[in-house]
Design a protein around this ligand. Structure first.
Ligand SMILES: [Fe+2]
Length: 196
């Protein structure tokens, strides 16, 4: 489990940041519980009505595991808000969207998608493709073999308390205004290094 030093910003309150970190802890614990069961030789591999089937655990692993990892990628972006030069990341997304502003506009547009999930900016080094994706829950829609460069949590727990039911746009604008772009730039550079 990772520790994050997060200060509230925008409308986000200290209480909701604390609650969000607690929720992340739950995903880490659930991931560990699923992994423990998967490694337990006594867990039956065939589904029966009475016993937990192997398939259920496999599905739970991507839900819980991604829930933990996506929150880590998310929190990491706000530990030093506003710091960092966005030159490298800006150049990366501008190749696809035309400008850093146009990339942000697309994030805001995708963020209107109904349902709980995430907006992700991903980079596939093999093709050089940078694009934005909507991820349902934590696991549906993730592009394969891609690095995650930027993450927006759009589950209701992330904004409802401080921004209200119709506050998604305001919440996302606060996130964009307080992101440390150096984090996204490092993820982009790391993806290139790994692909080389
Ligand atoms: Fe969350």
């Amino acid at each position: 489990m990772r520790e994050f030093k997060l200060a509230p910003f925008g409308n986000l309150s200290a209480a909701s940041v604390e609650a969000h970190l607690g929720l992340y802890k739950g995903y880490v614990e659930q991931t560990e519980a699923v992994l423990k069961q998967l490694r337990d030789a006594t867990v039956p591999q065939a589904a029966t009505a009475a016993l937990t089937p192997r398939e259920t655990l496999a599905r739970r692993l991507s839900f819980e595991g991604n829930g933990a990892r996506l929150h880590e990628l998310f929190f990491e972006q706000f530990e030093a808000p506003g710091e960092g030069n966005n030159g490298t990341f800006s150049t990366a997304v501008s190749q696809r969207f035309g400008s850093f502003q146009a990339w942000q506009d697309d994030i805001l547009e995708l963020g209107k998608t109904r349902g709980p999930g995430w907006v992700l900016t991903c980079f596939e080094a093999r093709s050089g493709l940078v694009d934005n994706y909507w991820i349902d829950l934590h696991e549906f829609g993730l592009p394969a073999d891609s690095a995650v460069l930027y993450v927006v949590d759009l589950w209701e727990h992330a904004y409802w308390t401080d921004y209200g039911a119709k506050g998604r746009d305001h919440y996302m604008r606060d996130l964009l205004a307080h992101s440390n772009w150096e984090i996204s730039a490092k993820r982009y550079q790391e993806a290139w290094r790994r692909a080389a």
